[in-house]
Ligand binder design. Structure first.
Ligand SMILES: Nc1ncnc2c1ncn2[C@@H]1O[C@H](COP(=O)(O)OP(=O)(O)O)[C@@H](O)[C@H]1O
Ligand SMILES: [Mg+2]
Length: 583
């Protein structure tokens, strides 16, 4: 599959396109920036007029000092007010955009095809939604706003300079190409270092989370020192890169710009010497000295934000890749299914982006309300087959019918309501027992309690401090594997699915829980089609049909007695297990 290219420029354009819904607010904020800039830079002009007056009249009037003071204070206050307002509005716009982005990402995460989790850890999606969006927020809140501010400041200053004294302005504008050269040089040297800093930082994060997650193993194998050493090394790399960056900023940026401003100033003064003094007033010279400093400022700000911008681009690329990733496409059929009939017709299957054919020419007819067992060695394709019946992956070739309808015509809703699976390790939420079973579905409390009883959980409920309302630990820490399994079954019993799959549901539980599950199974079999994937063959002896898979092919088919008589793979597996059990 070809990877989509995301250039930095395209990413920035796409980020800016999110402003389209907020045009008016953005325009209003820009006006505020404009006002704040005007108020900020008018002080030097007023001051230079004041100097002019003193020079002309050679007296300092007390009124004009009072006037000047009031004027200054008012300007400062106004400037701060506009500054405050525009930061608030920019913040509001960026929070809105990021909020919208986050909701969209959660929606997309919920629609991800299961295959996404084959290649990426779930935590990578969590990072995208939480921290990557945060650095995008910085883009809108800090980078865009200061870019606009810098642009406005730069234009106003340059225009004012030309209005005041065009010859001096012309000389001063030499600074523009020089600044561009300095910035480009700065970028040239800083970009690789910024990249290195980002890389070492993410490596540091990964190592730390690896350590926290694996704390038990690290302690058990006495690896504390090695991990500390690893962290120290990464830390040192990070430190030296940061120092390099500081040096580049410290040497290249501000001192160089200041130096150039001074040179330009000297040239201006030299010109004053050459021309008659009345042409250029001292007051204007004062304004220019001030403005040259202002002219540097936006550039320094923008250059300093390079690393923020790089980070935002990297984060955005991750987010856009995620948003653009294909979501599972389902059919339109939304009615409930009439039966749990399944037909697999010449099914072949390979996992996306892999070459190996996992299932080869599978043909099975499963009548409604029958009980089927899938057996075979580890890796023979049993779970894969159940994934196809659940609709988690589309088949590579062949057609899978559920209730006589091709599975790709069924909506996600119909699939989920009618086909359920009991996994080996059901996720237990940090919530009470009732909520853990109802999972926010529209199910009455009575029905949940009935399902809990049906799932043989009465004993557990009696031992819990608050009965049904007891909070279960994170991930079900305070439950046994068998109890978790039974809760998983209760979740399914409340919704009466037409098809039920047990994937090694009894593989890692105690024999008491297993017996309970067998009991529940015999009652479910009367109402639903049941598919059991089991390692222990003793649990599937009375299935209507047993299918033996080997390397993705059906090698045997029939009921227990028929398969034993065949003396094939099933017979070998069964006698092997029987002998081992009786040892
Ligand atoms: N998500 C996946 N992506 C690629 N290959 C997979 C994936 N899941 C399983 N496989 C491969 O498919 C084969 C069958 O696996 P599986 O259906 O889990 O076997 P079983 O459940 O019978 O033990 C194995 O070779 C396994 O490596
Ligand atoms: Mg499996």
């Amino acid at each position: 599959m070809e990877e989509k290219q995301y250039s930095s420029w395209k990413i920035i354009k796409r980020l800016l396109s999110y402003y389209s819904k907020k045009k008016h607010l953005l325009l209003f904020s820009c006006t505020l920036i404009f006002l704040s800039t005007i108020t900020e830079i008018s002080s030097p002009i007023i001051l230079s007029n004041f100097i002019n007056n003193i020079l002309k009249n050679r007296i300092v009037k007390i009124e004009s000092i009072i006037f000047l003071t009031i004027y200054f204070i008012t300007l400062q206050l106004l400037s701060s007010l506009f500054n405050y307002l525009y930061s608030i509005y920019f913040s509001k716009i960026s929070t809105d955009i990021v909020q919208e982005l986050r909701i969209k990402m959660v929606e997309i995460a919920l629609k991800q095809p299961m295959k996404i989790f084959d290649q990426k850890p779930i935590s990578s999606i969590v990072t995208k939604i939480t921290s990557d969006t945060e650095s995008i927020k910085e883009f809108y809140e800090v980078i865009v706003s200061s870019f606009i501010k810098s642009f406005i400041l730069f234009s106003i200053i340059l225009t004012t300079m030309f209005i005041l004294e065009w010859r001096m302005a012309l000389i001063s504008s030499i600074i523009v190409p020089i600044i561009i050269i300095i910035i480009t040089t700065h970028q040239y040297y800083s970009k690789p270092i910024i990249k290195k800093i980002k890389y070492s930082l993410s490596k540091l994060n990964n190592t730390i989370s690896e350590i926290i997650n694996g704390i038990a193993i690290i302690q058990q194998f006495n690896q504390e020192k090695n991990f500390i050493k690893k962290i120290k090394i990464i830390n040192n790399i990070n430190y030296s890169n940061n120092m390099k960056m500081l040096k580049i900023d410290g040497l290249l940026l501000r001192p160089l710009l200041n130096l150039i401003s001074s040179i330009i100033l000297s040239v201006i003064i030299l010109i004053i010497k050459l021309f008659p003094t009345e042409i250029i007033k001292i007051s204007i010279l004062h304004t220019f000295i001030n403005y040259l400093r202002y002219l540097n400022e936006p550039i320094v700000v923008i250059a300093n934000q390079q690393s923020l911008l790089q980070q935002a681009i990297v984060s955005s690329e991750r987010i856009f890749r995620f948003i653009d990733s294909p979501i599972q496409i389902y059919g339109k059929y939304t009615d409930p299914l009439k039966s749990g009939k399944i037909k697999l017709h010449n099914i072949c299957f390979s996992y996306p982006n892999t070459k190996k054919t996992i299932l080869k020419n599978i043909n099975i007819n499963i009548p409604d309300k029958s009980c089927i067992a899938l057996v075979g060695k580890t890796g023979s394709g049993k779970t894969t087959l159940s994934n196809l019946i659940l609709g988690h992956y589309p088949t590579t070739s062949g057609i899978l019918y559920i209730d006589d309808k091709p599975i790709n015509s069924l909506s996600n809703e119909t699939l989920r309501k009618n086909i359920s699976i009991v996994q080996q390790d059901p996720t237990i939420l940090y919530d009470n027992l009732i909520k853990n079973v109802s999972l926010n579905r529209n199910i009455t409390r009575e029905k949940v309690i009935q399902a809990l009883h049906q799932s043989q959980l009465k004993e557990l409920i009696d031992t819990l401090p608050n009965g049904y309302m007891s909070i279960l630990g994170q991930g079900g820490n305070n439950l046994s594997q068998g109890q978790k399994q039974l809760i998983g079954i209760a979740r399914i019993l409340v919704s009466n699915p037409k098809i039920l799959i047990f994937d090694e549901a009894t593989a890692s539980i105690d024999s008491e829980s297993e017996q309970k599950i067998q009991k529940i199974l015999s009652s479910i079999r009367k109402k639903s089609t049941v598919i059991i994937i089991a390692h222990r063959l003793s649990t599937i002896i009375d299935s209507d049909l047993i299918i033996v898979l080997d390397h993705g092919k059906i090698v045997e088919k029939g009921n227990h007695n028929q398969l034993l008589q065949k003396k094939g793979l099933y017979h070998t597996m069964y006698t092997y297990q029987n002998n081992n059990n009786s040892l």
